[in-house]
Each structure stands twice: as C-alpha cells, then as structure tokens.
Design a protein around this ligand. Structure first.
Ligand code: COA
Length: 143
C-alpha cells in the first residue's frame, strides 16, 4: 500500500537511508519534510512496516525527486516502480509539468528504472556525490 509519509514512518525511513546510501539524510532532516509544504513523500507499507519510500519537493511547475529507496529484501518486486509512478501521477494531478532527479552513473538498477519510465538525461553535475566522489547525471521527464 502506498501512503503519504507521516511522522511515525520517520525512524524507519532514516534507518533505510543509512542502509541504502553512503551520504544518508538524518532523521531530523526527514522529519522536517513532514512539515514542509513544498514536499511530498510517499511510503510503501508492507505488513505495517516501511518497505520503501520516495521523497520530492516542488517549485511549480517543476518538481525534484530527492530520494528513492526500497528495503534490500523487498527489491525487484515492483515497489520502486510503483512509488515513482504514484508520485508522478499525484504531482501531475497537482499541476506539476516536469520531474527531475540526480543519479550516480554507476547505479545500474536506478538508471534502468528511470529509463524504463521515460526519464532522459539532460545534464551532468561534476563531483556532485561524496563517498565515493562521483558525478551526478541529471534526468528529467515531462509529465
Ligand atoms: C533503485 C531501487 C529503488 C529499485 O527499486 P525496486 O523496487 O527493486 O525496483 P522495481 O522492482 O520496481 O524494478 C523496476 C525496474 O527497475 C529496473 N531494475 C530494478 N533493479 C534492478 C537491478 N538490480 N538491475 C537492473 N535493473 C533493475 C528493472 O528495469 C526493473 O523492471 P523489471 O523488474 O521488470 O525488470 C532499489 O534498487 C534501491 O533502493 N536501491 C538503493 C537506493 C538507490 O540507489 N536509490 C536510487 C537513488 S537515485
């Protein structure tokens, strides 16, 4: 089930951030997103637990995906696709016309998902990522 993020999800999201990323969002930063009127975060719940999440911020008519992660034991079951598609539909219904995101060029799983859903590369940010230092590819999709 895909639901909007609420404060009770925050500790599990912060734990998944640590598990999935080398430069994770802190629990306080995730909690602040619950209060941010420009933010829309969705959670995939499974058996009452957070199995995945996606975060976005909008500055109409555009929005950015901030992060997307699925728990390792829940991957390759369509959750990442479902989170991104649901976010896209919701943002579109709210008047958002384009969605952008950054991704490591070495992140084959994420790149395959984004390309499958129609995102195209529109730029590159040199040395955007740390741990390890890497460029970011900027991808974008018109909604
Ligand atoms: C990227 C990520 C969110 C994908 O989540 P997921 O729930 O496993 O993805 P899905 O099951 O919805 O897969 C959708 C499509 O993505 C692609 N894909 C997903 N994982 C893949 C992998 N390991 N290798 C190649 N392609 C992959 C496939 O095209 C897949 O479609 P298919 O299963 O029909 O072949 C997940 O691997 C993850 O959390 N990774 C760590 C965090 C991360 O890198 N986030 C993205 C930051 S930009």
């Amino acid at each position: 089930m895909i639901v909007p993020m609420k404060p009770s999800h925050v500790p599990q999201i912060a734990a998944l951030e640590k598990l999935c990323f080398s430069d994770p969002w802190s629990e306080a930063s995730v909690a602040a997103e619950c209060e941010n009127p420009l933010s829309l975060w969705l959670v995939a719940e499974r058996d009452g637990k957070v199995a995945g999440y996606i975060g976005s911020q909008s500055v109409p008519p555009e929005a950015d995906v901030l992060n997307l992660a699925v728990a390792p034991d829940c991957r390759r079951q369509g959750l990442g696709r479902k989170l991104l598609c649901t976010l896209t539909e919701l943002l579109h219904s709210r008047g958002i016309e384009a969605l952008s995101l950054e991704v490591r060029p070495t992140n084959q799983a994420a790149l395959a998902l984004y390309s499958d859903l129609g995102f195209v590369q529109v730029g590159r940010r040199p040395k955007y990522y740390v741990n390890p230092t890497e460029d970011a590819l900027i991808l974008r999709k018109e909604l």
